[in-house]
Structure formats: structure tokens, C-alpha cells
Ligand binder design. Structure first.
Ligand code: SF4
Length: 452
């Protein structure tokens, strides 16, 4: 059977989609190629959130067409995901070497389309249609086999799409309307993962706090998302639950209260704020104010004082004045984020913000981005330093990415801890004493590991 290599751009949702496609292909008899140099099929799973991400994938495909295709004319080349959805057939028109364009509701059709291409039944395939039930099709996992490399953490896709229509964001156009899986299906997938050795699950979606809003009624004041958390929490053998990405609007009291009574729900929240200025939050169509955002943070820290809080911020949104930007800086100081992903505003095709007056020059975006980054790094360094000399509970995930002779784990607050451990520690929950803080990484002292 042919071998496949998938290269993924963008977010964790894309990583998860690629993993599911790979698992579906393996189930059909395809093998996974170690690199594109030896693959019979090369698929690029694309991202549209910023123009740079699209250009990168297009550039990569041009290289594949020029280099790989020239030497191995039988290689099948394809685009999947967000850019495939938004550009569709146009990708084949401009890059005629492309054989396959698979949209965000059609990932699960990839194997069938490849079968058809290899059987000579089709020459080119473009499928970017909507498909009812496609949100439940992302459920197979690879988990790196069953040996010592086996993953102890896994992502589970609980929903697709977004109805919030933030004015800068292309996601509602590439991922479609919100569609949620049912609770039983998600729980069954999580249960199977735990049976295969997974100890931590991250529930995934474009706006997870909107999970099941239409399909699942509120019960005893608890939203569908909180009901799902409760159901996953019941799974024996599962140690930790995370989720991403939520929306601040979804942090009702039921969710805040869930942190107080569901111990597997870790003290970690990624709460995208985007701006500290109410004027800009309104222009962005975010649906909350600075005061409401700060109120959520305060409530979360009241329930779980150790809560690690990260965020996303856009620098240089159209019309952002120096005053607006300073409000973002002051919000970052007030919240003391553990870390933040800062993005220079990038106009996206057909989004309202792309046509707004007051588009800022690149130098202004760059300068604000750099100032914000410096502040976030200073705050992050202070927050990480506070861990030095304390004990932290970590789940050991495997060898450190930067130094495979050492092991790495993650605290409940989502901090990476590197320490001298052994392969047998993988999957263990253990206490380490933190003796040093680096740039967004903590280091444990092996001499005083507590392995009780
Ligand atoms: S909530 Fe998130 S995914 Fe939805 S439109 Fe806004 S930024 Fe995009």
C-alpha cells in the first residue's frame, strides 16, 4: 500500500485533524512515511489564521511540485484544512500539480479519495462541501504505537466551527457553524484512550465553551460543556483534564464552580483576551468588556489560587491608538499572565476588520508587538521564578524535546518541567522540587525527586 506523509501548519485542532486522518489511512492499510522524501502521498494540512501561514503552505507546495514531483511523477500531492476550505478549486488552478483539495468537513473522506486516485477512478478531487455529522468523524488516534514512545496525553475533538464572528477571524468561514458531538461519543473516545494508557486529555474545539449550546439543554444550571466535563471526569484511570480554546463569554459561574469540585480539571486556563481596550473589544466583536474579563480571572483565582493563566493578544488591530495599546499593557500587568501568544494583526480575506478604517503600518504593529512581548516575558519570568524552591506535581510525558537525555513533564498549571529521569517514569504523576526557572521552562532537582 502507498505511504503517506502529512505536514501540519497551525493550531492544535489541525494537529488533531492530521492525527485522525493518519489513523484512518493506517486503518485502510496505508503506511506512514518517515519523511516526504520517501512518501507516495504528501498532504499539507493548512492554516488560514494569518496570511504568513497560507504563504508558507503555498511555498511548500511549489517546492514539492518542483522537486519531488519532478523526480517521482507518481507522487500524489494534496492540501487539506482551512486554506483548502477557503481557496478550494483555485488551489488547483494556480498549482496544477495538486491532486487533492480536502475541506474542513471532509477530512474523513481522504482515504476514499486517495483510493480512487490510485485506482485511476479520479484524476483530481476538490471537496469543500458541508457535511452533517462530520464533527464526529475526528475520533481515531495514533498515540505513537504501543511501545515506550506511547503518548500519555491526547487531544479529543469535541466540536467544530464557531458562531462568534470576531471581526478579525477567518475561522467561522473556514470551519463553518458550531457543531458539537454528543457527550456519549466523546466519553467513549476518552475511555478508550485511557484504556490505551492515556492519563491526560485535552478537549479541543474552536470555541469549546460553546459546546452543545444548541443540542444539549442546560441541566441544574450547568451548561452542556460543564456536563461534558463532569462526564469525562468520571472516567476511572484518567488523571487530568484540560481544554482549549475557550471564550471568556463561556466562563459562567457553572464553569468557575466546576474548577472547585472537579479535581481532575487542572489549574490552567487559556483565556484569549485579544485587547485590554473596551473600544477595541467592541470593534473586534468579542462580546465582553475589560471589567468582565478581569472579573472572570478574579473568580477563577478565588476558586484555584494557583491557576496558570495564558492568553492571546492582537497587536495593531485597525484603529488601535497608543492609548488603546496602553490599556492592553496595563491589563497584562494587572492579570500577570503566565504567558501570552501575541499576534501582529493580519488582515484576512472577507473579514470585517480587513475593511475597517485605520489599518496600521507594519512598523507600528512590529513596535507594539515587541513592546508587549517584552512585558509578557518580564511578567512570565517573575511568575516562573516563584516556582523555584517549591514542589510541583508533574505528569511525565517523555524525553525533553531539547535534550532527549532528560525527561519532561507538565505541572497542573501547564508549565514544562525538565528533570533527570528515566523512561520508566513516563506516564507517572510525581512530585519534583523546582530548583531553577529558565525561559518558560522549569528545571527539577533530580537529587530530591520524591518517588513515593
Ligand atoms: S471566538 Fe475564536 S474562533 Fe470564533 S471567531 Fe472569535 S477568534 Fe475566531
Amino acid at each position: 500500500m502507498p505511504s503517506v506523509h502529512i505536514k501540519t501548519y497551525g493550531c492544535q485542532m489541525n494537529e488533531r485533524d492530521s492525527e485522525a486522518v493518519a489513523a484512518q489511512l493506517v486503518a485502510k492499510g496505508y503506511t506512514l512515511a518517515a519523511s516526504e522524501a520517501v512518501a507516495d502521498v504528501i498532504l499539507l494540512n493548512t492554516c488560514s489564521v494569518r496570511d504568513a501561514a497560507e504563504q508558507k503552505a503555498i511555498g511548500k507546495m511549489q517546492n514539492l511540485a518542483a522537486e519531488v514531483r519532478r523526480n517521482r511523477p507518481g507522487v500524489v500531492l494534496g492540501f487539506m484544512g482551512c486554506m483548502a476550505q477557503s481557496r478550494g478549486r483555485q488551489l488547483i488552478d494556480t498549482l496544477p500539480d495538486v491532486d487533492l483539495v480536502i475541506g474542513t468537513q471532509k477530512f474523513h473522506r481522504t482515504a476514499d479519495y486517495l483510493d480512487d486516485i490510485f485506482a485511476g477512478k479520479r484524476d483530481k478531487v476538490v471537496d469543500t462541501g458541508e457535511e452533517q455529522g462530520s464533527e464526529a468523524a475526528i475520533k481515531e488516534h495514533i498515540l505513537n504505537g504501543s511501545g515506550p514512545e506511547k503518548s500519555v496525553t491526547a487531544y479529543v475533538s469535541i466540536m467544530q466551527g464557531c458562531n462568534q464572528y470576531c471581526t478579525f477571524c477567518i475561522v467561522p468561514y473556514t470551519r463553518g457553524q458550531e457543531r458539537s458531538r454528543d457527550i456519549a461519543g466523546v466519553v467513549a473516545e476518552c475511555r478508550e484512550l485511557v484504556a490505551r494508557g492515556v492519563r491526560e486529555i485535552t478537549l479541543l474545539g474552536q470555541i469549546v465553551t460553546s459546546y452543545g449550546r444548541r443540542e444539549i439543554p442546560v441541566k441544574d444550571g450547568r451548561s452542556a460543556f460543564v456536563q461534558l466535563l463532569e462526564a469525562v471526569h468520571e472516567i476511572e484511570g484518567l488523571e487530568r483534564i484540560r481544554f482549549t480554546s475557550p471564550h471568556p463569554k463561556g466562563y459562567g459561574d457553572d464553569l468557575v464552580e466546576a474548577y472547585g469540585r472537579l479535581p481532575k480539571l487542572v489549574e490552567s486556563a487559556h483565556l484569549p483576551v485579544q485587547s485590554g481596550s473596551d473600544r477595541l473589544l467592541k470593534l473586534m466583536h468579542r462580546g465582553y468588556t475589560r471589567a468582565r474579563y478581569l472579573d472572570i480571572i478574579e473568580k477563577l483565582r478565588r476558586v484555584r489560587p494557583q491557576m496558570g493563566i495564558t492568553t492571546d493578544i492582537i497587536a495593531g488591530f485597525p484603529g488601535e491608538t497608543e492609548l488603546d495599546f496602553e490599556e492592553t499593557l496595563s491589563l497584562a500587568r494587572e492579570v500577570e499572565f503566565d504567558n501570552a501568544y501575541i499576534f501582529k494583526y493580519s488582515p484576512r480575506k472577507d473579514t470585517p476588520a480587513a475593511a475597517m478604517p485605520g489599518q496600521l503600518p507594519q512598523e507600528v504593529k512590529e513596535e507594539r508587538n515587541a513592546r508587549l512581548l517584552q512585558l509578557i516575558n518580564e511578567i512570565g519570568a517573575r511568575r516562573y521564578d516563584r516556582y523555584v524552591g517549591t514542589r510541583a506535581e508533574i505528569l511525565v510525558e517523555g524525553p525533553s524535546k531539547k535534550n532527549s537525555a532528560r525527561m519532561m513533564g507538565r505541572t497542573r498549571t501547564n508549565k514544562i518541567v525538565v528533570f533527570d529521569g528515566a523512561g520508566r517514569h513516563r506516564g507517572q504523576i510525581m512530585d519534583v522540587r523546582i530548583n531553577r526557572a529558565g525561559s518558560f521552562t522549569l528545571y527539577g532537582d533530580p537529587a530530591i525527586l520524591n518517588l513515593e
